[in-house]
Design a protein around this ligand. Sequence first.
Ligand SMILES: C[S@@+](CC[C@H](N)C(=O)[O-])C[C@H]1O[C@@H](n2cnc3c(N)ncnc32)[C@H](O)[C@@H]1O
Length: 232
Amino acid sequence: MISRVQCRLLHTTAELLRKTPAEQRWLARQLRDPYVKSARQQNYRCRSAFKLLEIDEKHGILRPGTSVIDCGAAPGAWSQVAVHRVNATASDPKAPVGFVVGVDLLHIPPLDGAVFLPHSDLQEPVVWARIQETLPAGEAQVILSDVAPNASGIRELDQQRLAELCLCVLELAERVLAPGGTLLCKFWDGAHSRLLQNRLAALFEEVKTLKPAASRKESSEIYFLAKRYRKS
Ligand SMILES: C[S@@+](CC[C@H](N)C(=O)[O-])C[C@H]1O[C@@H](n2cnc3c(N)ncnc32)[C@H](O)[C@@H]1O
């Protein structure tokens, strides 16, 4: 008779064998990744939390009292960081209380201190209106965008789809971002980078390109950090 542990081991092995080579490679990478391990230990919903933590530590974009929009928020790791940094749960009674609204096409598990708008497409102006209605005073000081389309595997097509999403986030910014506000926007470096950078430079006083340590070296992912929004 086999023990319960042996039974679980057999089950896991059978599961692994059922995976495609690409899925097996993904799993092996996840198991080796120190950020995946740290995310589990620190109760973050995914490893991307460490990208925002690093950017915020270096560039100080999230302060107590700030109102934040988290675009492409699922599963909610950036929102976890933002809730803590802006004091959205009033965990520090002496500091101003901030606000976080997260938006995604997908379901986002609830998070204390954040308001989520799931099943919402950032390309729809009706969603921009719902975000604005949700925000205190109808405006945000910071917009975070880690939004990304499902990768098709065709590099140029994926970059173009992400560029379209980023331009929608910029339209949202023109509607709800407070003068002097900040936009942090993920992008896949390529043919459209210059166009997006130029659009940002026209709207913000300062635009920096960042590659946080938690962003995989082999990925073309970069972040544009645009500061001091010039509201017309
Ligand atoms: C890399 S994940 C974001 C991870 C998130 N920052 C976190 O830390 O948990 C990108 C997200 O963008 C969302 N997304 C893609 N297209 C979207 C759209 N048109 N509107 C809203 N969300 C979208 C995806 O559903 C996905 O959850």
